[in-house]
Design a protein around this ligand. Sequence first.
Ligand code: HEC
Length: 279
Amino acid sequence: MKLKFNSTKISFLVLFVLSFFSQVFAQSETGFPPNYYDIIALLLLFIVILVFTGLIYFEEITGKSTSKGKPSLFSRLKKSLSSSVPVEQEEEILLDHDYDGIKELDNRIPPWYNYLFYVTIVFGIVYMLYYHVFSSDKSMYDEYKEEMHTAQIQKEELEKTGTFINAENVKLLTSPADLSSGKSIFEANCVACHRKDAGGLVGPNLTDDYWIHGGGIKNIFHTISEGVPQKGMISWKTQLNPKQIQEVASYVISLHGTNPENPKPPQGTIWKEDEKNNE
Ligand code: HEC
């Protein structure tokens, strides 16, 4: 089978490819940098180029020219893009040095290569005008600043709920505001078992020196957050956010030594508060 290409077929091909790519690029929301659609478009462009080149060589194998005897558009296009010297004339551009039998041809730089270079220059100029002279769109630097700004807001928001606080890095709070919000959390959730004065009821006395699961902000944060379900102390991490657990734990520590009336007898072992635990 012999494939023939005439200008009509090629025009259709070009039209098809162009309309296809305008569709694909129309989907793109950001324009540049490339997103998902741009990458697919580039990939397809690459495939089209591959097929195109394949066709040129296919034509070369099956016959050089069209039926009329004049060179086909493909071979003319190929010639103008590569400007390669026909094999018969290679003698003329052979350089006269010879390295162990390897000889060099003094070929011209293929025009397609130069065209690519010109395209990058034009692209560069358009890019500069678009982003830096007329500021038609946000530059990469502006986008960067914007993203950093959003991230900062998100970070502040997350810090408010204490998302980054855990039993490893939790710090003891001492400010009256934090302790009073710790107090309201305690009174809303904990008094049923620990009593309003934390002297102990179902749960142990939280004001003495004795702790079952260890004293200090880290251990207490851990006990409140994870709970001791088999002993009747629920895990609070689903109901209180880390910041609230930090507050109520700090409040509990602030009650140390308040000697409530009729406390529950000591449970656990003596906890020696040493500086390190509250760092
Ligand atoms: C349903 C009852 C109940 C509620 C509500 C409760 N606790 Fe407890 N809590 C217990 C029991 C029971 C224990 C003892 C667990 C054990 O024996 O291991 C305990 C232990 C603790 C301990 C560890 C004491 C130690 O000696 O190591 C802390 C701290 C604590 N609770 C704080 C809280 C806080 C803060 C709240 C409110 C957010 C709370 N608890 C709500 C029942 C409760």
